[in-house]
Design a protein around this ligand. Structure first.
Ligand SMILES: [Fe+2]
Length: 379
């Protein structure tokens, strides 16, 4: 056993045990935390917590403790309960240590030069579905960069479902799964025309916006119809570094996104900031979609400044310094984090050939939980 997992000494303090490890690290384990996390607190099969903290007094404390090379044994002041903690588990869950570590973003931001490395995020369908190593690499890629392309996917039998099933449950929406991206008469969405689509995230009028989007190209023989992509987190970061006031306007104030197309018997409305950050000041979500933009109803005192920020950000989201452009081929799946990466397309000429994509959504949390499983993270 490494020094890291060996105990040298333990002091009992007022509310916690102070554990001195052989690598000189000192952990604090509060009595309530220890009792709450006794291995017997969890059902052996469901792995769900069955112990309730309400069942013990608040002043519970260990009346006896001893340790070996592998186990810390505590006898509690209540119920004669005995807990045995695996030292490796205890150290790996040391919250003194976890809170000393600086937060590291899981995201790698990118700009226009990313196109030069596109082969590093390009995968082969058979290799992804048949080899765990490649599947894991692909999942890791879409999580880290927010984007990947899978090539040589069969264009029959909705073959993308095979990939979705390897991850988890797909996300249904009122567009159906898969949704068809093809120009149709009397369209209920701009995507179903031959027009250019400015860079956008899909479905911002949902309270919980669908996470990853997979666009499976069946045929793309029309003139035009190039795909575009922009890392919304990278552009947000540019804004933050260059104009913090504009950045704050877009993170602190909500705008209305809406959908009420003529086929709907629902009016979907959602008020949300365009840029959402989490409590670590990292990026969580970008919502932006010209077609789904409602009528902004902010305070008159900030309307001018807000519009300036919104226009500036929207311009950067189409700036050639940030955007990449590529043409999808039959059998390609364009995979991206719809809550991070904006996508768009140039217009195409429907008389010059066919263009047909099928779209699927799956939540970000499905992707992350699969990655946790593949990485065998210890909890
Ligand atoms: Fe879209």
């Amino acid at each position: 056993m490494q020094d890291k997992y060996k105990i040298n000494k333990i002091n009992k303090q007022n509310k916690y045990l102070e554990v001195f490890w052989s690598d000189n690290h000192i952990s604090k384990y509060h009595f309530l935390w220890l009792r709450d996390n006794c291995p017997s607190a969890f059902h052996k099969d469901t792995r769900m917590r069955k112990f309730s903290i309400l069942s013990v007094p608040n002043d519970i404390n260990p009346i006896k403790f001893n340790y070996s090379d592998e186990i810390l044994k505590l006898k509690w002041s209540s119920e004669n309960h005995i807990s045995n903690y695996d030292l490796k588990w205890l150290r790996n869950n040391c919250y003194t240590e976890k809170n000393l570590k600086k937060y590291e973003s899981p995201y790698k931001l990118w700009d226009k030069d990313f196109i030069n490395n596109i082969k590093n995020v390009t995968f082969d369908y058979e290799e992804v579905i048949s080899e765990d190593k490649n599947f894991k690499k692909w999942i890791n890629t879409i999580y880290t960069y927010g984007i990947a392309i899978i090539k040589n996917t069969p264009t029959k039998n909705k073959s993308v479902f095979k990939i979705l099933e390897l991850i988890g449950c797909y996300r249904e929406t009122f567009f159906g799964t898969p949704f068809e991206v093809i120009n149709i008469p009397k369209p209920n969405n701009q995507a179903y025309t031959a027009d250019a689509l400015t860079n956008h995230t899909d479905l911002p009028y949902y309270e919980y916006v669908p996470g990853y989007q997979f666009l499976h190209c069946l045929i793309n023989e029309a003139e035009g119809g190039y795909s575009t992509a922009v890392d919304g987190f990278a552009v947000s970061n540019f804004l933050k570094l260059n104009d913090i006031n504009k950045f704050k306007l877009l993170t602190n104030h909500g705008v209305i996104f809406k959908d009420n197309d003529y086929t709907q018997k629902n009016i979907r409305l959602q008020k949300s900031p365009i840029i959402k950050i989490n409590n670590k000041d990292d990026y969580e979500e970008i919502r932006i979609n010209l077609g789904a933009m409602g009528t902004i109803d902010l305070e008159p005192s900030i309307m001018s400044d807000f519009y300036e920020a919104y226009i500036y950000f929207y311009k950067q989201l189409h700036d050639e310094n940030f955007q990449i452009e590529f043409k999808l081929k039959s059998g390609d799946i364009f995979c991206f984090d719809n809550r991070r990466i904006l996508h768009g397309r140039t217009k195409f000429d429907p008389n010059s050939g066919n263009r047909h994509l099928k779209g699927y959504y799956i939540e970000r949390e499905e992707v992350i939980s699969k990655l946790n499983y593949l990485n065998d993270i210890k909890i």
